[in-house]
Design a protein around this ligand. Structure first.
Ligand SMILES: Nc1ncnc2c1ncn2[C@@H]1O[C@H](COP(=O)(O)OP(=O)(O)OP(=O)(O)O)[C@@H](O)[C@H]1O
Ligand SMILES: [Mg+2]
Length: 317
């Protein structure tokens, strides 16, 4: 069964490298790179690289769609994007090589018309004919109501399809009320959702567990270098990554989301899912090229992930 990912507000990531960034000064940049970006697109790329049949939909600006079209063709991702007049936004990333810091300048993106939103819903209905899982990931474009993910989740649920929601703010809050199958907030997103600081693992676990009442099967809270909590039924697992040399944390969450879907497709239990999801995140952060390493590397990471049952774990943070 196929998977579909939905990216409503993709971007072209334009990376410029400078020796040292000084605001207000002229810089000589030496590397410039344009990459297809957007959370659902990243998830689709990880899934395709893992041998999944995947379709990607959402909105693309017609005027600069070529970069995305090439990206999809190279990876065998089925392009089901609805085209909008104009250009997909360009997000500028300025890499300061001395400080190893990245400054991001993100633009709001194209606002789809009512007609385009209707077309997207039709596309999603069509994809539901042979896609069992739908990944809804990333920010909503301007003028799209915060309830849009909730609407899609309800629609897909009615068709008997399964959904993963990776969003933030109001789109996440409303989406959760519609009961996605799986949800993956990071700590900050969960804090915003609950309106409280979540400084201990126990507090994160409680907040995550409270979401299960919305007909959500599994909640995964990613905690950066502290790993992630995996919550389902009565179980709360903490997957702790081994120490690794981090090259870039960009897209760690997207790699994790892709692996969560893979784990479902493979029928893995919560512990095995936690290992796989963490291994994918590690594979992402230890490389700069964003490519999926060979399965032997993934297995190696997976074996080194420590999984604790939170209740049984003696020491707390
Ligand atoms: N510095 C790190 N060291 C080890 N593992 C990390 C580190 N940063 C991230 N990870 C791994 O990647 C997973 C996802 O990372 P993170 O919590 O940063 O997701 P996110 O905030 O959703 O990221 P994204 O920016 O992709 O949305 C973590 O649960 C962890 O397993
Ligand atoms: Mg994230």
């Amino acid at each position: 069964m196929k998977v579909a990912t939905v990216t409503l507000n993709p971007a072209i990531d334009q990376t410029v490298c400078v020796a040292a960034l000084v605001p207000g000064h002229v810089h000589r940049a030496h590397t410039m790179l344009f990459q297809a970006g957007g959370k659902g697109i990243n998830v689709a790329a990880f899934l395709a690289a893992s041998g999944c049949q995947v379709s990607a939909t959402g909105f693309l600006g017609r005027e600069n769609a070529t970069l995305f079209e090439r990206f999809f063709a190279e990876r065998g991702i089925v392009d089901a994007f609805v085209r909008l007049p104009g250009q997909t936004r360009i997000d500028i990333k300025i890499v300061d090589e001395e400080r190893r810091q990245t400054t991001d300048i993100n633009l709001p993106g194209l606002a789809p018309s009512e007609e385009a939103l209707t077309k997207l819903c039709q596309t999603i209905d069509e994809l539901a004919a042979d896609c069992r899982w739908f990944v809804l990931a990333g920010t909503l474009p301007p003028a799209v109501p915060a309830s849009f993910y909730a609407t899609l989740i309800a629609r897909l649920k009615a068709l008997g399809r399964l959904t993963v929601l990776d969003a933030s703010g109001e789109a996440l809050a409303q989406g959760i009320l519609a009961g996605p199958t799986l949800v993956k907030p990071n700590r900050a997103e969960l804090e915003q959702l609950t309106g409280q600081p979540l400084t201990t693992l126990t507090a994160v676990a409680q907040a995550a567990r409270s979401l299960l009442r919305h007909d959500i099967r599994r909640v995964v809270v990613s905690l950066g270098e502290q790993g992630a909590l995996f919550v389902e039924d009565e179980q709360v697992l903490h997957a702790v990554p081994p120490e690794v040399t981090v090259e870039s944390t960009v897209g760690a969450g997207d790699a994790m989301v892709a692996a969560l879907v893979l784990a479902e497709l493979r029928g893995l239990d919560l512990t095995a899912s936690a290992r796989l999801a963490t291994a994918y995140a590690l594979a992402r952060i230890t490389r700069l090229d964003g490519a999926l390493p060979p399965s032997s590397v993934l297995e190696h990471y997976s074996e080194r992930v420590q999984v604790y049952s939170l209740v049984a774990r003696p020491a707390e943070e």
